[in-house]
Ligand binder design. Structure first.
Ligand SMILES: [Zn+2]
Length: 419
């Protein structure tokens, strides 16, 4: 390409010299200018790095992953390279979704599935794929320009989530979904309920995210079907921003947006996604963010045995039935850890002067027994449309407490199934 453009430039130069008319020479100069411009663009294009076969910890300029792989060397992540085996679906490529997609791309995620129905000249998802493939050509990117709240859109959505990653033909678990995590970055109640439905049906763990209409607070929430509250189990919670509710936008009014709040929520979302996938640290069940006070409340929500979503009830039943196996595994793990503690510590030297911070300072609320008793700083996000209010009311408005007896739950479920 470069050689061809160079010879074209030479031809133009020769032609320019042989032209008697000065006005022709001017237009030739303009053509010449354009060729030079094209040359610089193609040069920038070829500077894009080629694909990397294997992640290495080697510290050289040509290795884009040395700093990420250092997490492994420092003992934070056991096997960082595993990130290449994971598929993550991001629903909604707006403020939070696009930033989250970029972060996961920079982290070297194996495969990203992007969903949005909007267009920005071209479809939003195609535009995102173009940008992200420039950032990291190693990531397998799939663009789905569709509306998941339509019947057809939902079908394609489900089908795409089920499809196994062609890269890993054999999975280490036998789940029906072909993705490892779904991140919901949509901006409306209806779309969240659709993601909830899909994930309950597929038994697929997902993390929901949201930014308040006044753009000064947000939250993320981990949803594991059967184990935690699903989106229909309890009405969504938002962190109170300290702004008068009556000034908040309702239907037909433009919501506020702050790139900083979007960035913080996206950061919290992807941080927890990485912890979930690579199994390090603790994944927050619910983490709120109030930017006005820099306040981060956390809490846990158990599933509602009276949830209106039948797939959720199915998952709750399965979760309870698997309890003996889970308990036995936990016991075995504890015993293995106890016997390991008797041996000498794994790391004697502390090359990086890493100290373990006591995290007991973190405020953690128990789920309130009554829906009116929410942890300080949290309020309910009211669905805007009437049918949403209706749906929320039908979906049950109470969050069960942490200490609900599991046997009692089982009994209630059995009664539900028998009826
Ligand atoms: Zn539920």
């Amino acid at each position: 390409m470069d050689t061809e453009l160079r010879s074209l430039l030479e031809d133009i130069e020769a032609l320019k010299g042989s032209l008697p008319d000065a006005s022709h020479r001017d237009s030739m100069a303009k053509i010449e200018e354009r060729v030079v411009k094209i040359m610089s663009i193609t040069k920038a294009g070829t500077s894009r790095r080629s694909k990397v076969k294997a992640m290495s910890a080697e510290v050289v300029d040509s290795n884009p992953y040395s700093r990420l792989m250092a997490l492994q060397r420092m003992g934070i992540v056991e096997n960082y390279e595993r990130i290449r085996d994971f598929s993550v679906a991001i629903v909604g490529i707006g403020g939070v979704g696009s930033v989250s997609a970029e972060m996961l791309t920079r982290c070297g995620i194996g495969r990203l599935l992007l969903y949005d129905y909007d267009t920005v000249g071209m479809t939003k998802t195609d535009a995102a794929v173009q940008t992200l493939s420039e950032i990291n050509p190693d990531v397998v990117l799939e663009s789905y320009s569709l509306n998941i709240t339509t019947v057809k859109g939902f079908e394609v959505f489900m089908e795409s989530l089920r499809r196994q990653n062609p890269k890993n033909s054999v999975r280490d678990d036998a789940r029906s979904a072909g993705v490892d995590l779904v991140l919901s970055c949509v901006d409306n109640y209806e779309a969240r309920m659709v993601v909830n439905q899909a994930c309950n049906e597929l038994n697929q763990t997902w993390i929901e995210s949201g930014v308040s209409e006044d753009a000064v607070s947000g939250h993320i929430q981990l949803l594991i079907p059967g184990e935690t509250a699903c989106f229909a189990c309890a009405p969504p919670l938002v962190v109170a921003s300290g702004v008068d509710e009556r000034t908040l936008k309702r239907e037909g009014v433009c919501a506020a947006s702050l790139p900083t709040t979007m960035g913080v929520v996206a950061g919290l979302l992807v941080q927890n996604a990485l912890k979930f996938l690579l199994k390090f640290g603790e994944v927050s069940p619910y983490l709120g963010y109030n930017s006005l006070k820099d306040y981060f409340p956390t809490m846990e929500m158990k599933p509602n045995p009276q949830c209106s979503n039948s797939a959720c009830l199915e998952r709750q039943k399965e979760y309870l039935l698997a309890k003996p196996v889970r308990d036995a595994l936990a016991k075995a793990k504890n015993e293995a850890e106890a016997s390991r503690e008797n041996e000498s510590p794994l790391h004697m030297e502390n090359e990086w002067n890493i100290s373990v911070v006591d995290d007991s300072e973190m405020e953690t609320f128990n789920a309130p027994k009554d829906s009116d008793e929410l942890p300080e700083g949290l309020t309910r996000e009211l669905p805007s449309a009437d049918k949403h209010q209706e749906a929320a009311a039908l979906g049950g408005t109470s969050i069960s407490s942490n200490d609900v007896d599991l046997e009692e739950l089982q009994r209630q479920l059995d009664a539900l199934n028998a009826s």
